[in-house]
Design a protein around this ligand. Structure first.
Ligand code: MF3
Ligand code: CO
Length: 248
């Protein structure tokens, strides 16, 4: 069931999304070679708590950390660890959700650690741009799968692949609500967007083959071929004016 949000609810969502955004900006500034992914998790936990919010991922279906830290060939749901030390040349996707006043705000970014290869830079850039391609020209009445079609077209045109196993989602009082928002698909198909729909659009893009392996911890999703992966996510709302990005 898709729950449409009122103007008042969107105000509360905006607050949670801005905390998620601010946390990512704070982490971007801190992340450097020599830190562990657990250090990043601790910084995020403290920052989110200081905003009067709760990190939604902590304890979600038993997830053991406040944020997801996915390094290099890890696509999503990397678990922060005190044994994982960031190196110059790594890329790291940080995905986090802040909960405040009854609503969740969800966002993710991929950061470069020090000097990264030009391929890694391009992957990060194309993943981010695919999000903006997807929201360009979205209105009330647009078919949902126009989002995935735009992402897929842009990503493949740039020589990369879209992961199929994980998708975006609605969000609100629950972290994951209907509808599922695939990052691939056929334009002109799917439900029609309505005013007050709040969606997380989150392309997960790989430089090599798009096959996914889940590690024994039951969470960590990596590319089977070991190729690099990037992730970019924002929470958006459909309005009479088009799209508003709540987590920018
Ligand atoms: N932002 C992630 C998502 O879109 C949240 C994952 S939290 C975890 O689903 F607990 F599942 F890791
Ligand atoms: Co999400």
């Amino acid at each position: 069931m898709i729950t449409l949000k009122t103007a008042q609810e969107i105000e509360l969502l905006r607050g949670s999304c801005q905390i998620a955004r601010d946390t990512l900006l704070y982490l971007e500034d801190k992340i450097q070679a020599g830190m562990t992914t657990k250090d990043i998790d601790t910084l995020a936990y403290e920052f989110i708590k200081a905003q009067g919010a709760i990190p939604s991922c902590l304890g979600y279906h038993g997830y053991p950390a406040s944020i997801c830290t996915s390094v290099n060939h890890c696509i999503v749901h990397g678990i922060p660890s005190s044994k994982q030390i960031l190196q110059n040349g790594d890329i790291i996707s940080v995905d986090l959700v802040a909960y405040k006043n009854g609503f969740h705000g969800d966002a993710a970014r991929t950061f470069a650690v020090g000097q990264v290869t030009s391929q890694a830079q391009k992957l990060i850039q194309v993943t981010k741009e695919s999000f903006f391609q997807a929201i360009d020209g979205l209105f009330i009445g647009s078919p949902l799968n126009n989002i995935g079609a735009k992402i897929q077209e842009y990503v493949e045109k740039n020589g990369f692949q879209v992961v199929r196993e994980f998708v975006g989602h609605g969000i609100g009082r629950e972290m994951h609500e209907d509808p599922a928002v695939p990052n691939f698909g056929k334009a002109g198909t799917g439900i029609r967007l309505q005013a007050g729909m709040v969606l997380c659009i989150e392309p997960m893009i790989v430089a090599g083959k798009r096959d996914v392996t889940i590690l024994k911890d039951g969470w960590t999703a990596v590319t089977t071929d070991g190729s690099l992966a990037a992730h970019y996510e924002n929470t958006i709302v459909i309005t009479e004016q088009g799209v508003e990005v709540l987590s920018l």
